[in-house]
Unconditional design. Structure first.
Length: 701
């Protein structure tokens, strides 16, 4: 029974910090009531209070584990007194009892029967079976959680301990204490003799009214200490000081001093044994480990220390040696039983998001002294549809991706897409310490998409980063990204009104419509592609009409570049003179696209200088006083299976200067305000060469 104590300190205490005093409770939030367990193996007197008051004035004397029957926030204060030293500890924790598993489940039974009582007594007739759906860790240092399983200690274990155990289901945390009780008790009897042995080699006779002799020497009643050579045996004899013939003579043989041996096997217990006379037995005095229980386990010829998988113990084991029940001295050896897995490796990535835009560098770390092994999956290409649906690393589509073979980690891991599509990578890593304990496997997931971006005019603009989740909302944002990279692919949806007058693209880019996609440029704007590639599919490019702007304009200019328009509509209107596409030393292709230009004085759909122009299955229309579909100077020109129209006073389908051209399967249409028989659809100077002119039809010329 606990008694309220009141102590008036008549002397001053000095503060002292000893080995881990509090086995339980610990600071934190828990889903079960906590138990108070203190380590008093150093002989300290401990006092505690549960209301935050001073334990020495209004607390309880600690004489063993006690369940703290408290829900909500608790403030436990502990004072340990040893000699003139005092240790003070305060622990704050919070309890909200939770056991939300199905009553028929193994988890519910485990929490109810093992965890809830606060202390579980593990003997070798009981089992500690943690459901595999839960994770556990022992101790209070940086926790290394492991998947639940059946835990056992070697049956030869002689060490009795209190071990704190932490349980989690990923959301809730439970904490209880496992009490390990040895399976056997050794010899308990000890003998009384009229002498004492200290430090193995010093013998002091203590008998009253007795005389004694050593190794057949002279009899004496002296009690002066005698130093012995313990490498050989000695015989002590004694009898009554009142010597009479026939008096009984008693004797005791001191065998040579033994040695204490230690051995262990990987992942097994540490074993202590006696190397010496078979009469020797030893008793555990102290293991020097936290939570050791003060139990008399008797005398043994050998002793083993063991602990659960996931725990570690280390200390200096002290044994008292007895021969025929007589104490001879103590021996000690340091030991370590390490079954505690290292903390799972941590990934330090230079990408803060699961969806990375550049190559990703990852550093992997674990506990000092541990070796790290890692495996990287092959890059998994992500389809456009899947990329648009990816939200985070927990996407189930990635669960089955294999990470490959593990290898030693030596330096940072650098991942890049290696292709123009988005790719997924999975890295798995585990740590192995010097005792061959393996950590749980950590996992890192990332999608690297260096090239694919999204444009959606209806999306929210606050967090626009070009991802499928947060698309860009303006063409200007796209242009900025293009000019920073090597290649960029945009998926476009919506109508975009361009605000910037003169846009320049200096890196490769591609635009693909994902629904209706329209880029509307003001009358005084232009788009220059320089030393780069440009592709567009199913996109509408429109240059607005503005009566107040009557200067000449060029819509697209390509300088030392390549361009492909597929299934596109390109429309340029108004201005005094207008050209929709101007190619300078470039390659331009139009496939199944429409190209329309309208100006007041002069209109040209496509003008090129020293370029390669390929137009196929397209519709070309130029409207102005003087109208030309194609003006080609130098280079090559091919026009196939296309419909070409000019509406003008003077107009031509194509004008060739120093060029090579092919025409096949085209329809030419001319609408003029007055008929002019001198106008032909295609005009070529003497330096031009028309290599092919097949199946073309002309009307209005």
């Amino acid at each position: 029974m606990k008694k309220v104590i009141s102590i008036l300190a008549a002397f001053s205490f000095t503060l002292c910090v000893w080995a881990q005093r509090v086995i339980s409770p610990a600071a934190g939030n828990f889903s079960n009531k906590q138990v108070l367990v203190l380590d008093t193996s150093d002989g300290a007197e401990c006092f505690y209070s549960l209301s935050g008051t001073d334990p020495l004035t209004s607390g309880f004397a600690y004489d063993g584990p006690v369940l703290i029957d408290s829900i909500g926030r608790s403030n436990v204060r502990i004072t340990a007194v040893k000699g003139d030293s005092k240790e003070e500890i305060e622990i704050n924790y919070n309890v909200q009892e939770i056991n939300n598993f199905a009553e028929s489940s193994a988890e519910y039974e485990f929490i109810s029967k093992i965890v809830k009582p606060g202390i579980f007594v593990y003997g070798f007739d009981s089992e500690l079976n943690i459901p595999e759906t839960l994770e556990y860790s022992f101790g209070d240092s940086e926790k290394s959680f492991q998947k639940g399983k059946e835990l056992a200690i070697d049956s030869s274990n002689r060490l009795s301990r209190y071990i704190p155990c932490n349980i989690t289901d990923g959301k809730n945390n439970w904490r209880f204490v496992v009490f390990v009780s040895p399976s056997q008790v050794g010899t308990l009897s000890k003998s009384t003799v009229p002498f004492e042995i200290s430090d193995w080699s010093v013998l002091t006779f203590t008998g009253e009214k007795l005389i004694w002799c050593l190794d057949d020497g002279e009899w004496s009643a002296l009690k002066n200490p005698v130093t012995l050579d313990r490498s050989v045996k000695h015989t002590v004899m004694w009898q009554s000081v009142a010597y009479k013939k026939g008096n009984p003579v008693y004797s005791y043989v001191l065998p040579p001093e033994p040695s204490l041996n230690i051995s262990s096997k990987e992942k097994g217990p540490v074993n202590f044994s006696i190397d010496g006379d078979l009469r020797y037995r030893m008793e555990l005095v102290n293991a020097g480990v936290s939570g050791q229980a003060d139990l008399n386990s008797g005398l043994f010829t050998a002793a083993s220390f063991d602990t659960f998988d996931g725990d570690s113990i280390e200390g200096n084991a002290v044994f008292a040696f007895y021969s025929d029940g007589v104490f001879h001295g103590t021996k000690s050896l340091p030991f370590c039983v390490d079954k505690k897995a290292p903390v799972p490796p941590k990934f330090d990535s230079d990408s803060s998001d699961f969806y990375a835009r550049t190559q990703v560098k990852i550093d992997i770390s674990s506990e000092p002294g541990s070796d790290i092994f890692y495996a990287v999956s092959a890059p998994l290409k992500i389809s456009e549809e899947m990329a648009a649906d990816i939200l985070d690393a927990s996407s189930k589509e990635f669960d089955e991706v294999e990470a490959g073979n593990f290898k030693p980690y030596t330096d940072s891991v650098v991942l890049n897409s290696g292709s123009e599509s988005a790719v997924f990578f999975k890295i798995r890593a585990y740590a192995c310490d010097k005792n061959k304990n393996y950590s749980a496997v950590s996992e890192y997931r990332v999608v690297i998409d260096e090239y694919n971006y999204y444009l959606d005019s209806s999306a929210a603009s606050e967090k626009a980063d070009g991802s499928a989740r947060n698309p860009f909302t303006t063409f200007e944002q796209a242009a900025e990204v293009i000019n920073k990279g090597r290649y960029t692919h945009f998926f476009v949806k919506g109508t975009f009104n361009i605000s910037q007058k003169d846009l320049i693209l200096s890196s490769n880019s591609s635009f693909t419509a994902k629904g209706e996609a329209v880029f509307v440029f003001p009358a005084d704007s232009s788009l220059l592609i320089r030393n780069a590639g440009f592709e567009a599919q199913n996109i509408v490019f429109q240059k607005l009409s503005d009566s107040s702007f009557d200067q000449s304009y060029v819509f697209f200019t390509f300088e030392n570049s390549t361009a492909l328009f597929k299934d596109c509509e390109i429309v340029g209107t108004a201005g005094e003179n207008g050209t929709v596409i101007n190619a300078l030393n470039s390659v331009v292709q139009l496939n199944n696209s429409g190209l329309t230009v309208q100006s007041l004085s002069y209109a040209c759909a496509l003008s090129s200088t020293d370029s390669k122009i390929f137009v196929k299955d397209s519709r070309i229309s130029s409207v102005a006083q003087t109208a030309v579909n194609f003006s080609v100077t130098g280079g090559t020109f091919e026009l196939k299976n296309s419909s070409c129209r000019v509406t003008s006073h003077l107009g031509r389908i194509a004008e060739l200067s120093g060029s090579t051209a092919k025409f096949a399967g085209n329809t030419y249409s001319g609408e003029f305000d007055k008929k002019n028989r001198s106008i032909v659809p295609v005009w070529a100077d003497k330096d031009s060469c028309i290599l092919e002119d097949l199946n073309n039809k002309a009307k209005g010329f």
